[in-house]
Structure formats: C-alpha cells, structure tokens
Write a protein that binds this ligand. Structure first.
Ligand code: DGJ
Length: 712
C-alpha cells in the first residue's frame, strides 16, 4: 500500500510505495527535495543534506543559496542558474516570482481534467504562493505502489493576465551516482531504439517540436547507476503522459547533482493566463527500481494496465494496408474477408482508401463517406459478410487531417493550422486541421459519430500521418498564438474523450505513420498502438524491446507481414514472422489471396496457439532475457501473475558457424513448482538456473518458442 505522511515539526513530507520513498521538506518557506530512491524509514533526514555557503553564489538565506538548493519546482532569477521548471511573466514585464509554502492537503485524485491522467489514489497537494504577484502554484503528488505521478497547476489570482513562458510537469534534483541516461530514439520505421549515455556536467535534452510525441524521441528517460543491468541495480524512469511537443532533460551541475525535468516543450510556447484561470500541466510518471531495467518496466506496465488503459481482448485482425494498399474494390475485399475467416481472424480492418475519392495519398482526407467508385454499395456488404463469419469490422480514419484536394477543404480552407500570411506547409500532401478551433472539433465529433453510428464497426484505426509545422491558428489572436500546439493537443484529447466515451464497445487503435505517437497520453484512449510500419521481425524485435521499456506488451500492436518486408526489403521465413510479430496484439498484413495453402495453414495454427496464451500478453509479467541491442539475440518470457503459465521466445539473427551452445536462464517462475515445457518436466529452479539450451549454427535466423505450464 502506498502512503503519504507529514511530520509537522520537521515539516517533512514522505511518499512511500512498495519499494520507494520520496521525501520533501519545507525549509525557510521553500519546498525542498530531500530524497527519492529505495524505501527508507519515515524520519527526519534533513541533517543528512547539509547546505554550505559557496563562493560566487547568491546568499539570501543564512546558510544556503538557490545555487545549490534542491527546489521541487525551481525558477529563474533568484540565484538558481540551472535548468528552470517554470517562468511566468507578469504585467510589469518581470519574470521574477517567489513561491512559498502556504498549506497542503490530501485529497482523492481529481478524476478527469482536460488532459489524460492515471486514475485513483490519494493525492498530496502542496499549495505555494507568490504573495507579491498573487499567483498560486499547486504541486500534485500521487503515490501508487509502483511509482509516483506528479503534475503542477498555476492559478492566476491577480487582476491582470500573466504569461507562462515555461511550465514543466516536474523537476527533481538527485545527487549524481555515476548515472547513465537511457532514452529511446529513432525514426520512421525504426522507432524506440535504446540509447545510453553517461551524464557529464551540462545539459542533456531530448525533445519533440512536431506537435506529437514523435518517432524520433519518446517522452521517456531513465537514469541508472553504471553497473545496473536488466535484473540488478538502481534505476529511475520518467514518462510524460503527453502526446504533444515535449522536452525531457538532465542537467548535471557544478556540485554533481542531476536535475531531471520534463513537460511541455517551452520552445515557441507561451500561455496567457487570465485572472482566475488555472493552467494544468500533463502528468509525469516516476518509477524507481532497485532490481534493474526489467523491474522498472514491470512497474510501468502495472501502473498503466491498472490505472490508465482500458482492458481489451486483443482480437486478431486482418489489415488491408500492406495487402492491397489503395487497390481494392468490393469483390476483392469480400474475398479477403472470406479467406480471413478461415484463418481465425477476429476483426477485418479496412485501412486507408475507402472514402471520398481516395486512390492514392493526394486527396480526400476530410471526406469521410464511402468512395462509391470502389464501393458502390457502401460498407454494408463488407460488414454483413464479416458478421456472417462472426468477425468484427474495423475501419481506418485520419480525422485530424485534411487534403487540399477534398470537399472539406473547398468548403473550409480556413480550417487548417496556418498563419494569415504564409502558405501552410504540406506533408504527405496534407494539412493539419486546426483543432484549436471549436467549430472544427464539433464538426469532427459529429462526422465521426455519424460514421460510427451508421455502420456497425467494432474497431477503429485512428491514424495521424504528419508532424505539425505551423504553431499558428487563424482563430487565435496575437497574444495567444504560441498556445497553438498545446491547444491542438487539448483539442485531440477532447475529441478522443468524446468519441471513446460515446462508443465504449469499439476498440480504438492509435497510429501515426507507425509508431510516431506512442505515449501514455494516447494510451488513455487507445489501448493498443500500431508500433511501426516496419513489419520485418528482426527490426521489429528491437522496436518491441525498446517500446517495452515503459509500455506493456498488450499495447504494442504488430502484424505478420510479407515474406519480403515492404519497409526494408528483408526476406524472412514465416516462422520468425509468426513468432516475433505475435508478441502483442497481432494480425496479418499481407495479401492472403495469392498465398500457398501451406502458408495459410501455418498462420492458422499459429493463431490457434496464440489464442491459448494471449492472456499472458494482456496481464502477464514480462521478463526480457536477452537484449538485441547488446548482441544478436532477443528473448522474451511472459509469465502470468500466478506463475503457472508462460510463453518464451528466443530469436538469433546472426549466424555463427558451428556455434557454441547458449543457455537462456528463465526468470520469475516458482522455483518449487514443476513446469511442462517441450514435453519434459522441470522445476522452476532448474529452468531459472540451468536454462534452455540453444545454438544457431545454420541458416540466416534461428527462432524458438515454448509454452510452459505448471504441472504436478
Ligand atoms: C500509416 C500507417 O502506419 C499505416 O499502417 C497505414 O495505415 C497508412 N498510414 C495508411 O495511409
């Protein structure tokens, strides 16, 4: 059980979870961070953090200076020259503020705000105030068993507007312990590759200015002690619950403290806060593990599965995109539906190309009615055929976008994100709709509602295929223009909240050119996200591995693609594709009309097996046994919470002729129970200490998978 305690004499707050403590103190009116890490006793630890007067430091305190003070939410202009968490410009033009403790309370976590958030839990709210400017700063802390969720609010109690130039979700000072920073970087079709870099004095930042959380950097960082491995050592992870432009940074200062910080990217950002208005930051999730990266990930997975993500059954889908792209008609789709039904597919998904006049990517986004040249009878015959086979029907949409060649653009050229003078930039031949404009949001609410009401749809793939460029809107005035990208995200969240509430029976899958918007903010509405447009199982194993650092397998959607991967031309046998691309919600994405029966039979068998262990993906604990970023071997083991069932996959992607024998040592089993694996019985202790042998000495690839089950 998590807890919040306050020692009134020492003015110390202590947040505790299963394995962590997070301690703060009010000192001279300021909120000072003391400790975050392995769980400790609830006692006064302030004397263990002595402060000294330092040369060339400001000295407004008797024995202290902001230069070294670990402020829970530091700002600029008072002698702290490090990275600052916020900056507010008041009516005088001054950016100086002086926030001091007023009071605190423990409340039930506020349910929904305009931003996605984790649910449940008791929340500590610490109220700080700048009495001179009459502005309030409220810091929110919700301790869960597995981690802490933080956010901040600024309330303008003055009579004039103020401007927020920067506002982070959190700031945290930690004494450096030879930390290395871990983050996820990548690109289109190469998402979430793990990078590690030592921390040196100075600022290290990852960020997005694309209006999305991006393919390039995920809103996640971790710091780990140098010798931390997958299963041992201390590591702290930070993940923003936000799908827009963000920044996460680590600033190592002159006295070897690390200041971690993150939130909305403040580059090209400003927010006008009028009297009585409140600005709410996105949440950030803080997780500590004393048992390496694997436990860090398990904590993130549990937090998200228990408090953020809607439960689904992970239906197996057929997706038309890489099967037929834009080239289909009713007859072809009906044949695909019939064939899908034979393979154990549960939902048939019609991807891009079914609407307006869409025959390639140059037109029709915004015209969300059936392309009658391709589908003269609409969607109904397809839906009915799916029903006949007891399958659901899924549909692709890209509601946030508009093609310049579309009826919608003819009617509403002013609905795109742009300024009043420059031509807006196109990407994939499309513009971004101005979701800061209420009229646009209402239009989308009505259009999507109509589409989903008139058609019996059980799955929606919500795509978003370009970055935001112009941080400008035709409906915002000069003082509010730099609010555009954040307001856009608020518009996306409002729309998603509305649609997902209205159609609770529909499974919504997120996508953004593959995995360009994979973050906890989107997971609030999309229980699963299309991870990448790269279906090559070798690349995919790394993408899944990186994504799993903070996101549960149940959210990492993968499809079995063609023998020659469309994204990179790599040729792989079906066996590898079926074993790797089923480590998450799964499906097929190749043309099944022109395949040999033997191939289809194998896929069918694979899906029958998958149905036996897919609950492990929904609920199980993940153990990453071999890291493909540190060698050529990838291995995942997923075990149910009762430790009675498991699924193990080992992939080797680089042949060593006449190779040695490796042993993959399993984890997380009950040492005293016997398991049936590959028709043999072994105790958990044996499987975890002796391991499963494998060699890769012939052929391009070697893949093995095992199902294990407790036996008597
Ligand atoms: C990008 C997605 O990642 C693909 O799967 C596909 O849906 C295309 N968009 C369609 O345009």
């Amino acid at each position: 059980m998590s807890s919040i305690t306050f020692l009134p004499n020492e003015k110390i707050f202590s947040l505790n979870g299963e394995n962590y403590s997070y301690v703060m103190q009010i000192k001279d009116g300021y909120l000072r961070h003391l400790y975050y890490g392995e769980k400790i006793a609830n006692e006064d630890i302030s004397s263990l953090f002595p402060q000294f007067l330092r040369a060339f430091s400001t000295n407004n305190f008797i024995n202290d200076s902001f230069d070294t003070f670990s402020n829970e939410f530091p700002t600029l202009g008072k002698g702290d020259f490090r990275n600052f968490a916020f900056l507010i410009k008041t009516d005088t033009g001054s950016r100086l503020t002086d926030f001091k403790y007023e009071h605190h309370e423990i409340i039930d976590k506020p349910k929904e705000t305009i931003l996605p958030n984790l649910k449940g839990g008791k929340t500590l709210v610490i109220y700080l105030k700048d009495a001179i400017s009459n502005i309030e700063l409220n810091l929110y802390y919700t301790p869960y068993d597995k981690g802490v969720v933080r956010s901040a609010r600024i309330k303008n109690m003055a009579n004039t507007a103020v401007y927020i130039k920067k506002i982070s979700s959190f700031s945290l000072d930690i004494p450096n312990n030879n930390y290395e920073l871990v983050y996820l970087s990548g690109s289109y079709a190469r998402e979430r590759q793990i990078e590690t870099t030592p921390l040196k004095p100075g600022l290290f930042e990852i960020s997005s200015l694309r209006g999305t959380s991006s393919h390039q950097f995920n809103p996640f960082i971790a710091i780990k002690e140098k010798h931390t491995t997958e299963f041992s050592g201390n590591v702290y992870g930070f993940n923003l619950v936000y799908g827009g432009s963000f920044s996460l940074s680590a600033y190592t200062d002159q006295y070897d403290y690390v200041r971690l910080m993150g939130g909305i990217n403040h580059a090209d950002f400003s927010w006008q806060l009028n009297p009585k208005e409140t600005f709410i930051t996105p949440e950030v999730v803080l997780v500590f593990s004393n048992q390496g990266m694997n436990l860090l990930s398990q904590h993130f997975h549990d937090l998200y599965r228990d408090n953020l993500i809607k439960k689904t059954k992970l239906p197996i889908v057929f997706n038309s995109w890489e099967s037929v792209y834009f080239d289909f008609d009713e007859e072809k789709l009906l044949s695909l539906i019939d064939k899908s039904a034979l393979l154990g597919i549960e939902i048939f998904v019609l991807d891009d190309g079914w609407f307006g006049n869409r025959n390639d990517d140059t037109t029709s986004l915004g015209d969300w009615y059936t392309n009658i040249k391709k589908l003269p009878n609409g969607l109904k015959p397809l839906i009915n055929r799916c029903k006949k086979h007891n399958m659901g029907f899924g549909l692709w949409i890209e509601p946030e976008m508009i093609s310049p060649i579309s009826e919608l653009y003819q009617k509403h050229p002013n609905w795109v994100l742009r300024d009043s003078r420059h031509e807006p930039i196109q990407a994939r031949n499309q513009y971004v709709l101005d979701l800061t404009n209420k009229e646009v949001i209402d239009y989308l609410k009505n259009t999507i509602t109509k589409l989903l009401t008139e058609n019996d749809i059980s799955y929606v793939k919500w795509d978003m295929n370009r970055s935001l460029t112009e941080n400008c809107s035709l409906t915002l005035d000069a003082d509010n223009m730099e609010e555009t990208h954040h307001r856009y995200m608020l518009g996306v969240y409002e729309l998603l909240q509305y649609i997902t509430d209205k159609f609770p029976h529909i499974l919504f899958e997120g996508s953004s050119g593959g995995g360009g918007r994979v973050d906890p903010g989107m997971l609030r509405y999309f229980p699963q996200i299309w991870t990448s447009d790269n279906n090559d199982p070798i690349s995919r194993s790394k993408i899944i591995y990186g994504t799993s650092l903070c996101y549960p397998l149940s959210t990492i959607s993968n499809h079995i693609g063609d023998e020659i991967t469309h994204a990179n031309g790599r040729q792989t046998p079906l066996e590898i594709r079926t074993k790797i691309n089923t480590l998450g919600p799964t499906g097929i994405e190749f043309n099944i009309l022109n395949q040999d029966l033997s191939i289809l039979e194998k896929v069918k068998t694979k899906f029958t097996d998958y149905k036996i262990w897919r609950n492990l993906i929904i609920d199980g604990d993940l153990y990453r046994l071999e890291n493909p970023f540190q060698g050529d071997i990838f291995s995942f083991l997923i075990i149910n919470r009762e430790k009675t069932k498991g699924h193990l996959v080992i992939l080797s992607s680089n042949i060593t002729t006449n190779d040695k024998t490796y042993h993959t040592k399993l984890k997380g089993l009950n040492p005293k129970k016997q398991y049936l694996i590959n028709n043999e019985k072994f105790f958990g202790s044996t499987l975890m200490n002796v391991g499963i042998p494998f060699r890769h000495s012939f052929g391009n690839y070697m893949v093995k998978s095992y199902y294990l089950e407790e036996t008597l």
